[in-house]
Each structure stands twice: as C-alpha cells, then as structure tokens.
Ligand binder design. Structure first.
Ligand SMILES: Cc1ncc(COP(=O)(O)O)c(C=O)c1O
Length: 571
C-alpha cells in the first residue's frame, strides 16, 4: 500500500493531456527517476497517459490547414537553437506539450490525401499501436538473448518474402524457415543498407578466398585486384539508379565512379544493347564486373527494367544480379500485378522497402538472397555478442543493434492480407491512370513518362507553347529548331521551378520536383513535377482539384512573369 502511494504522487502530474506548459520545477533524485523507468503500479494512470498521447496524435491528423506548416525554416531553426543540453528534469507532460507545439505542429502531413509528391504516404492507424509494442518490448534483434520470439517472427517474415520473390517451393521453405544455419535474407534499417548488403555479398562473391588469398573482406580491394589479375571492379546499372548505390560503392571501397550508369531507353528502362556494348568494352579493359543491378520501380519515374534480360546479360559475364525493388517489390503480393516484375525470381538478390508500398511507418528494408548460402560469405562473430556457435540474426547484418521493426509488416500482412494489398494496389493503379487522364486532358501540362508503378512526371507548359515546341520538333532545319527549343525549355525549367515554389508556399496540395536527363528533349535536362499516387485516401476528385489548382497557379505565373519573356524567344 505504501509503495502504491509513493508511485501515485508524480505519475498524476505526468498523465494530464498537455494543453499548456506547467514549468513545474523537479528535483532529480534516484527515487524520482526510478519511477520513470519502471511500470507504474497504477495501471489506470499508465493507460490515461497513453490515451493523452493518442489524442495528441489524432489531433495532428485531424488538424485543418496546410500540409507543411507555415513557419519559415530559419524560424524553425530558432526553435531548436538551445546550445546547452537540458540540466534540470522536466515533467513528461511539459515535454509532451513542447513536442506538440514545436514538433508535431511543424511536421509534414505526409498522410494528407492532397500530398501526392513522395513515396511516403498514409499509414494504417494500427501501425501506431504496433510501434508502441515494438518500443515497449525493446527487443534487440542482434541476438536471441535480447530477442526471443521476435527472432522467429523475423525469420518467418523473411521466408514469406523469399517465397514471394523466388518461389523455391514449399519443401524448401519447410526446411529453411526456422533453420538457424540458413539465412534467406536480412532485415535492414532501410533500402540503402539493403542495397549495400547486396553489393557487399556481390563483392565477396567476385573475390572469394583462394589459396593464400583470404578473400576481399580480409585483404582489401587492392590485394583482391592483384590476386585475381583485374584492372578494376565495377557495377553496372541504369542511369536512373538510386544514389544509395553510389554510396554503397563508396563504402565498399570500390569507388562511386565504378558504378557505371547505362543510359535508359524511352521507357526509362536500362538500354540493354548499350549495356552489352559497355560490358564488352570493360572486359577488353580487364575489368571485373561484380554486379549488374536491375531496378523494379525507378525512384524518379517508377519504371521497371527488363528483369529477365538482365539475368541473361549477368550470366554472360558471371556477375551477381541484384534487383533494387525498394519501391516496386510489394506488388509481388498480388496476383494481378506480379507479372510486372517478371524475371525477379531469377535475381541473386533483391531489395524491398516496407516503409514504401507495405504502408508501414519508417523505416525498414529487406535484402533477400536466392541462394541461402550467400549471406554466409559476410558472416561475423564476436565473443561478447554473437559467439561463433550462435544462431543470432546479427551474424549477417551490417547493423549491430536493431529494432523489432519486422513486427510492422508482419502484422500489416495479417491485418490486410494479400487480398487487402490487392485492393490497395488496384486503387493506386486506378489513381495513376486517372491522373494520367486528368493531366492529358488539361491543356497546360505535358506528360513526361508512361507510368508503370504509380509515379508520374509532367510539367507545366502553356498551351500555345506546346504547339510551338511540337512544330520545332517537326521542323526541317534541325540546328535552328534545336537552339530555339533549348531556349524555350530553359525558360520552362525556370517557370516550373517557380511554380513548384508557389505550390509549396500555397501549401494545400503537394507534388515533388526533379530534373530528368532522358526525356524527348534529351540531352537537355528538363525540370518536371512528380506525383506518387498511392494514398488510399486520395480520390479522383482530389486529383482533379490538385491539378486544377496547380494549373491555375501556373497560368497566373505565366501571364504575370513569363509570357513576355517567352514571346521574345518565339519571335
Ligand atoms: C529504387 C530505390 N532504391 C533504394 C532506395 C533507398 O531506400 P531508403 O530511402 O529506404 O534507404 C529508394 C528510396 O526511395 C529507391 O526509390
């Protein structure tokens, strides 16, 4: 009884919904601090505390107004410019109040249905509760001593995903699903680390231990090239590859210049003829081709490489074949769309992000290996964490300590089922097709890609200029026409950058912006607006509103600032 009263005193201060800051002074003591660490023996208060938190989160979602909050970046920086770390403890409720006022208020509403600019979108509400479980259990996936059931959940999920990608047959998965001697893949912090892990394994495969040579991970790249008699080591990928691959090359000591980007065709897919030609040249120069990377959902345009052909090409030069399906991998969950990724089952490794099309909160990547022995090449042990005989998940991961993040996609798949994902992707495909029709029908936009996986690129081009560009493209005097077209496109680039700024400032809709080198105007880089239409809360009517609003802003900008400048070029 005495103990109960002792806990009750301060907890009551903590559970109030934060509507103002109390600034109550707290004297730190071990008695006070220990109450923060242990589960209070007043469970009603604990639940009340959770309720207050959930209300605060729900308020964020319900708040009317802009997507980004109106505060300027310098003003926001000013809110977080306290140079000394806090000394005196504060009540949790005071800190929550500060979180609400200074952080939640100025966070981006990425779940807003009018926010169709990035791969980050709405999440199902139960995910927030699952995150709470992950935090409460505080398992560390590095080893079984700190992650008991969660280790088995991770292996089960990896087997599901492996089967989805590689379809090795029921008998294979029965044998491997919980076999600690086998690694079907890794759960990684994100797609970047998943890609890095794939290239790490590819590098080991290219320069394995042989006779006195201990393998590249022990001896380093210079010794590996000397031992195997190659002049260089390279990885080949399309020009639209995500920059995580450049970083991976850098970290692996291969050098980001050794990531060779092959131009893409008109459908934003790697040009396989140019790839074959490049391989020939490289082999003549005695380069080792460590890996060929295909992309299943390019970051900027959502397009998918010819995954089957890339396997055949990789075989001609003995390269590891990796598919970066960070964006598109989840479509394998559905019968209706898995054909888009045909050939992925012949890859050696595949990256998939769950914080993208699995609709789980930030962040989790997966890297899966068709050959269950591949990850053994990068196995590590340490006497204090993963002993040589251990069966811990941390044996193969680049990360050390790791959250029980896999609970999110594991639970999500159970709650939604693959049938649910089918419906979500049906919706996303319909939205993408709708948007295509809306942009095409509106007189003042030019569509710049044929969308495959929910991403559109387009730009604002006033109607009369579209005709001018069309005529210039068809003109006989190519030199004069190209010069004029470039002048107009440069101005259009400026206009689209400014339009994007205006969209940001107006803040009721959002699309992102990028610059593409491979458009019908290549080699001139073209500034484009980019939409990602995967939010289940977005509708066709919302898309119509978004485009109408952005078109109006474009036209206003054009007549106020640009028409005269364009006229000069059109004369
Ligand atoms: C194709 C592709 N690969 C890799 C990544 C990197 O993933 P992450 O941001 O999870 O590190 C992305 C991110 O957008 C991507 O689109």
């Amino acid at each position: 009884m005495k103990r109960r009263r002792e806990f009750a005193i301060d907890i009551s201060d903590h559970v109030l919904a934060p509507s103002r800051k109390s600034n109550k002074k707290i004297i730190a003591s071990i008695q006070y601090l220990s109450k923060l660490f242990i589960m209070p023996d007043t469970p009603d208060k604990f639940i009340e505390f959770g309720d207050a938190l959930l209300v605060m989160i729900r308020d964020f979602f319900q708040e009317e107004g802009g997507i980004h909050s109106a505060i300027s970046l310098p003003d926001l920086a000013g809110l977080f410019a306290e140079t000394d770390p806090p000394t005196d403890p504060e009540l949790i409720t005071d800190v929550l109040y500060e979180i609400k006022e200074k952080i939640i208020r100025h966070s981006v509403k990425v779940g807003n249905p009018y926010y169709v600019g990035h791969m980050t979108s709405a999440i199902p509400y139960f995910m927030i509760l699952i995150e709470m479980i992950i935090a409460a259990l505080n398992q560390n996936q590095v080893k079984i001593e700190t992650a008991k059931a969660s280790t088995f959940v991770e292996r089960e999920f990896l087997a599901w995903m492996h089967q989805l990608v590689f379809r090795r047959g029921t008998a294979f998965y029965r044998r491997t699903i919980q076999n600690p001697e086998i690694a079907l893949g890794n759960v990684a912090v994100d797609g970047t680390l998943a890609n890095l892990t794939a290239l790490w394994v590819a590098r080991e495969k290219a320069f394995p231990p042989r006779r006195s040579f201990g393998g590249v991970r022990k001896e380093g790249m210079a010794a590996a090239l000397a031992h195997y008699g190659f002049s260089s080591a390279v990885v080949l990928v399309s020009g639209l590859a995500h920059y995580s691959l450049d970083k991976s090359m850098d970290v692996l000591g291969l050098g980001s210049r050794s990531l060779i980007r092959i131009p893409v065709n008109a459908d934003n897919q790697i040009d396989c003829t140019k790839l074959r030609r490049k391989i020939n040249t490289l082999q003549k120069k005695n380069a080792k081709i460590i890996a060929i990377v295909g992309i299943a959902g390019t970051t900027e345009t959502g397009n998918i490489d010819d995954l089957k052909q890339l396997r055949d090409i990789a075989d001609t030069c003995g390269a590891h074949y990796h598919v970066d399906a960070a964006w598109g991998g989840a479509t394998l969950l559905t019968h209706r769309y898995r054909h888009l990724l045909d050939g992925i089952d012949r890859a050696d490794s595949v990256t998939i992000d769950t914080h993208k099309l699995f609709y789980t909160p930030m962040s989790m990547g997966l890297v899966l290996f068709r050959d269950e022995r591949d990850l053994m090449r990068v196995k590590y042990s340490a006497s204090y964490v993963i002993r040589t005989s251990s069966v811990d998940q941390g044996r193969f991961t680049l990360e050390g300590s790791r959250k029980f993040d896999v609970l999110k996609p594991w639970a999500s798949l159970k709650v939604l089922g693959t049938d649910g994902f089918q419906i979500l992707f049906d919706h996303a495909f319909t939205l993408t097709a709708d948007l295509n029709k809306i942009i095409t029908a509106s007189a003042n936009f030019e569509v710049m890609n044929t969308p495959q996986l929910f991403i559109h690129v387009f730009r604002f081009v006033p109607r009369d200029l579209q005709d001018v560009l069309e005529n210039l493209r068809a003109a006989n005097d190519k030199t004069a026409a190209t010069g004029k077209m470039q002048e107009i496109n440069s101005l259009l680039n400026e206009l689209n950058v400014e339009l994007h700024r205006a969209i940001r400032a107006e803040d009721s809709t959002f699309v992102s912006r990028t610059t593409l080198k491979n458009t019908r105007y290549a080699p001139q880089p073209i500034v484009v607006l980019r939409s990602v239409t995967v939010n289940p809360l977005t509708t066709r009517a919302i898309l119509e509103e978004i485009i109408a609003k952005q078109e109006k802003m474009g036209l206003s900008l054009y007549s106020r600032k640009y028409r005269k400048r364009f006229e000069k070029h059109m004369a």
